[in-house]
Design a protein around this ligand. Structure first.
Ligand SMILES: Nc1ncnc2c1ncn2[C@@H]1O[C@H](COP(=O)(O)OP(=O)(O)OP(=O)(O)O)[C@@H](O)[C@H]1O
Length: 256
């Protein structure tokens, strides 16, 4: 199993000593090569789940395993990508992609070869010498994905990578990410507020309750074209899946 959460609870304590439970008794598995999305109300602990997978936080109770091993701290098995691309403005695209490899001590020629391969993977050929400010928002996110893939992690964590983009760029980028991820066969965990996006991109969706987040539903998306969300988008079943999510999140009651 690529990722396992066993009865994970995470509590935070603020400066005044008050304890807050972010997630409560969360258990799930993600198989190798699977694409799983996590949806849920604001503040229900989605980012906390990703941070525990990346080893940035330890669970207060329970266990998190990556490839069967307990996650004890930040490690190279997991690649994390955020809403903001966090590219270094003073480095061109290829040296941005090389950044993690440099930190791992990989030699210059190997680094360049690997970075150029990821650049092609993410459809950025010809932009290696550009600087981040010379690229569009969508291209910068593709460069950030290339940088994440360059370290060859076992799991990719995506924290709302499309949420700051306009609707059209978002659709194209979802398609491009889905194609690249399917090609690499990487196990992926995506956090999103966009229920449609979860349906278009996932094999499975975990629905969390309000804080403290616990899993209220696990929905398998039984549709083809996970590698091409633009094709999935026109399938009538997509609306039905989104309606299911809507119901589990009790959005109708909240709107009343
Ligand atoms: N380092 C921290 N210290 C204290 N409290 C924290 C910390 N990180 C998160 N929290 C709290 O834990 C809860 C869950 O936060 P988290 O960011 O995981 O939620 P989320 O579902 O990702 O939210 P959103 O959808 O709004 O991004 C929130 O109440 C948050 O304030």
């Amino acid at each position: 199993m690529a990722l396992e959460f066993h009865s994970v609870t995470k509590r935070f304590t603020d400066n005044s000593g008050t304890s807050l439970t972010a997630v409560q008794d969360v258990s799930f598995d993600v198989q190798e090569g699977e694409f799983v999305s996590v949806v849920g109300p604001s503040g229900c602990g989605k980012s906390t789940i990703l941070s525990m997978t990346a080893g940035l936080y330890q669970p207060s109770e329970g266990k998190v395993l990556v490839s069967g091993e307990p996650v004890e701290g930040p490690n190279s098995h997991v690649g994390f990508m955020l809403q903001k691309d966090l590219l270094l403005p003073w480095r061109n695209i290829v040296t941005n992609i090389e950044f993690g490899l440099e930190a791992r001590g990989m030699g210059r020629a190997d680094r360049r070869e690997r970075a150029m391969a990821e650049l092609r993977h993410c459809q950025l050929d010809g932009f290696e010498n550009h600087y981040p400010h010379q690229l569009s928002g969508g291209m910068r996110q593709r460069a950030a994905l290339a940088r994440t893939l360059a370290i060859d992690p076992e799991i990719i964590l995506l924290d709302e990578p499309f949420s700051a983009l306009d609707a059209q760029t978002k659709l194209l980028l979802q398609n491009s990410f889905a194609g690249t991820i399917a090609e690499t066969g990487k196990t992926t965990l995506l956090i999103t507020h966009d229920l449609g996006e979860a349906v278009l991109m996932s094999d499975r969706i975990l629905v969390l309750s309000e804080r403290p987040g616990s899993i209220v539903a696990e929905i398998k998306v039984d549709l083809p074209h996970r590698d091409q969300p633009l094709k999935r988008r026109v399938m009538p079943e997509v609306g039905e899946y989104a309606a299911q999510l809507f119901k589990h999140l009790k959005l109708e009651e909240k709107a009343a």
